[in-house]
Design a protein around this ligand. Structure first.
Ligand SMILES: [Zn+2]
Length: 447
């Protein structure tokens, strides 16, 4: 891997002082950021480096998508009708399709999802959990060149599809951590489905495993009001209060959703420093009540750890975190009746440095600073949405643009998107296979 110079008319560092450099560059050596400064200076210091970007480029840190399903939905992308009940969507669509996935399907699915994500500037994905073939998902991510955490789903509730005893679920998680240890491009996280699909015994042991292994833990909770109803019936307490009493929550935990929280639960999330990932398109697509019940803006403004996600290809559909972050800001401003507190600049923070903090990786990614991993996005600002270029390019990036203006992406120093196309795999060669597998999986669910 040769040295790189990633050049931009504007370089958005997201360092502590949120410095923007004019006619700047990022020098990359051995996959790490070696220098950030003026282009002319760095070009003199690194004369042999390959130059990516132009004076018309806007350079940012790579974006973090903190909740993304890489298997199950991708091969039936946008096929689950949006006019059916969510229980029908899960049990008549998601479960049979997931059950029919082969290892090849999981690898193909993750490949397609990662290519779309990279093309939109996502350089780090927290995978939401796969059912059967996590090693194949990891293989796809390595090949495409996506930084990621991933896990094998497990749940131990009687009569649930794919359920297994807690022992077996925890052993599987431990095995995957052994296979994909912390610090690699793709690393294992303890990953449960969540909701009310985990016994107290399982969630306590899973959290303990994450703590002792030094990895993160993620699961779904309270995207709708149903989880609170189940927990109140089973435990007499609301979900976050119950999990706090069990000692499960903490800095190692990233909860997907946490939309329906009461005041006590908001305090629990803030006190335990538990991170939350907001997936606003999914809440709107599935009518989950975020516009009335959501507390994410409040968590963010009170210093909570928050990140943005795109969820699944039938609940948000597009793997473009810029769209999701703009929507998050818009929803929170409207819901709070406050057009000033949460801004486009906050949106970019959530996709970069604050997102990195939420997933426990702010020491290695999230900003363009010397010594960090070279995860870098280049936007081409010659497109019509950038005309004329704003005096505040971050405002324009969030409100006027999206992933379509991404021209180049570098992950850990590897150039994986060039001219707006993923160059690590040939997506065209996968097109026919993706359609064949889609038809096969749709036929399986109709049998
Ligand atoms: Zn999810």
């Amino acid at each position: 891997m040769g040295d790189l110079l990633i050049r931009g008319g504007t370089v958005v560092t997201m360092n502590a002082s949120r410095e923007l450099l004019s006619d700047g560059a990022v020098a990359v050596v051995d996959g790490l950021i070696a220098a950030v400064g003026g282009f002319a200076d760095l070009a003199a210091r690194y004369p042999a480096a390959e130059v990516i970007g132009t004076p018309e480029s806007l350079v940012t840190p790579g974006y973090i998508n903190a909740h993304q399903h890489l298997t199950g939905d991708r091969l039936i992308h946008s096929c689950i009708p949006d006019a059916i009940d969510s229980q029908v969507a899960i049990f008549a669509w998601a479960v049979p399709v997931h059950a029919a996935h082969t290892g090849d399907d999981d690898e193909l699915s993750a490949t397609l999802g990662a290519v779309e994500a990279l093309s939109n500037g996502v350089t780090c994905t927290v995978e939401a959990g796969t059912v059967a073939h996590p090693a194949r998902v990891a293989a796809a991510l390595h090949r495409v060149g996506m930084r990621a955490t991933l896990g094998q789903w497990g749940w131990d509730i009687a009569d649930a599809p794919f359920a297994a005893p807690a022992d077996e679920v925890v052993d599987r998680q431990r095995e995957l951590i052994g296979l994909l240890p912390r610090g690699g491009l793709v690393e294992a996280w303890v990953t449960l489905v969540g909701h009310d699909l985990m016994s107290d015994d399982l969630v306590v042991r899973a959290s303990e495993l994450a703590r002792t292994s030094g990895v993160g833990m993620t699961f779904h909770l309270s995207p709708h009001s149903g989880d609170a109803v189940s927990y109140l019936a089973r435990t007499g307490r609301r979900p976050f209060v119950h999990l706090d009493d069990l000692g499960v929550l903490g800095e190692h935990v990233l909860v997907a959703h946490a939309v329906h929280l009461d005041d006590d639960e908001v305090e629990v999330v803030l006190r335990t420093r538990t991170a939350v990932v907001s997936c606003p398109w999914a809440y709107l697509r599935l009518a989950q009540g975020v516009t009335t019940a959501g507390r994410h803006g409040e968590l963010f403004l009170r210093g909570g750890r928050l990140a943005i996600g795109c969820d699944a290809e039938n609940a948000g559909d597009a793997v473009d975190v810029l769209r999701a972050a703009a929507l998050f800001v818009g929803l929170e401003r409207d819901r709070a009746g406050d057009a000033f507190s949460i801004t486009a600049h906050h949106a970019l923070e959530l996709l970069t440095i604050r997102g990195a903090e939420a997933i426990g990786k702010a020491d290695v990614i999230g900003s363009l600073e010397v010594g960090k991993q070279a995860d870098v996005v280049v936007h081409d600002t010659r497109g019509p949405q950038w005309l004329p270029m704003s005096t505040d390019p971050i405002l324009q990036l969030v409100w006027a643009s999206d992933g379509r203006s991404v021209s180049d992406v570098v992950v850990a120093g590897r150039h994986v998107v060039s001219g707006g196309r993923c160059i690590s795999v040939d997506i065209d060669s996968l097109r026919r296979q993706a359609l064949q597998r889609r038809d096969h999986l749709l036929a399986v669910r109709n049998i």
